[in-house]
Unconditional design. Structure first.
Length: 282
């Protein structure tokens, strides 16, 4: 659990760094609740003529998440909700206190977008790897995925279209288009970093037939097996294959080695799986 908390904290800080040091100086708006918090910050500054030394985006973002987590507490895994709360807390604090440069540290907007997309997506992927979330729409999305009650993609598309439409109306087309490009870069990178979305095939050659039962009972993955024979020795081995998420590879290797330290394992990553494979997001 300690490792998962550390991953969540580091990932949350990295995401906040990408926003404060790369996006905000370039006048780029994030999607989801972070983008909504940025727009509300602008509205508050304009309405009350504020000139604060710290950016209130993090505080607004935290406040927007409160009703979402009240809803999620009894609907989703409490470990998932707790890790997501840790993520939101450190995101909010980091967004508030990480200094925003008065001038962009990267002169080229497209380079800033690319760097922010990669850094922010990697930070979010760490929270997912810890089996938490970055909060906001992610929590609603995980609820949808668990209950099959809707599409996270449609929700993100709707919210982001509203955000970028407001940017287009209030600011200008260039800001809206740059923000839209960032959203695509971020989504693409997150999909590549997020190991729960990627499958791997694991083929095992072992002399202990109990190994496959360990995988079925503890990892809860299906196994197909058949008898095999060493061509040189003629000795019998148990051969089986299973499909797992790439985030589960280390767990399955430990299970196999626990029962048979001499087992031979072949791992093939980045598969496209069609059928009854269960994606476990949390």
């Amino acid at each position: 659990m300690t490792r998962r908390v550390l991953l969540t904290i580091v990932g949350s800080i990295l995401f906040a760094v990408s926003v404060n040091t790369l996006l905000i100086p370039a006048a780029i708006y994030n999607g989801g609740l972070t983008g909504i918090a940025q727009l509300l910050r602008d509205a508050v500054f304009a309405l009350f003529k504020l000139n604060l030394s710290i950016d209130p985006t993090g505080t607004i973002y935290f406040a927007l998440n409160i009703p979402i987590f009240i809803f999620a507490w009894n609907k989703l895994s409490q470990n998932f909700v707790k890790l997501s709360l840790i993520s939101i807390f450190f995101q909010s604090v980091s967004l508030t206190f990480i200094p925003v440069p008065s001038q962009p540290i990267v002169g080229d907007v497209f380079i800033a977008i690319a760097l922010a997309g990669v850094l922010g997506a990697y930070g979010c992927s760490l929270t997912y790897r810890a089996k938490g979330s970055a909060g906001g729409l992610d929590v609603i999305g995980f609820y949808f995925s668990q209950k099959n009650k809707g599409s996270l993609g449609k929700l993100y598309l709707t919210i982001n279209c509203i955000i970028y439409a407001i940017c287009f109306i209030i600011y200008d087309a260039q800001i809206a288009l740059y923000s839209l490009v960032y959203s695509f870069v971020f989504s693409y990178c997150l999909d590549k970093f997020h190991e729960h979305n990627l499958e791997a095939s694991v083929m095992v050659f072992t002399k202990n037939p109990e190994v496959k039962h360990e995988i079925m009972n503890n990892l809860r993955r299906g196994v197909t097996h058949w008898p095999g024979f060493g061509a040189y020795t003629g000795s019998e081995v148990d051969v089986f294959v299973t499909i797992v998420a790439q985030s589960e590879i280390e767990d399955i290797k430990k299970m196999i080695k626990k029962h048979d330290p001499k087992a031979f394992i072949i791992i093939t990553k980045n598969l496209k799986v069609d059928g009854g494979f269960e994606k476990r997001l949390i």
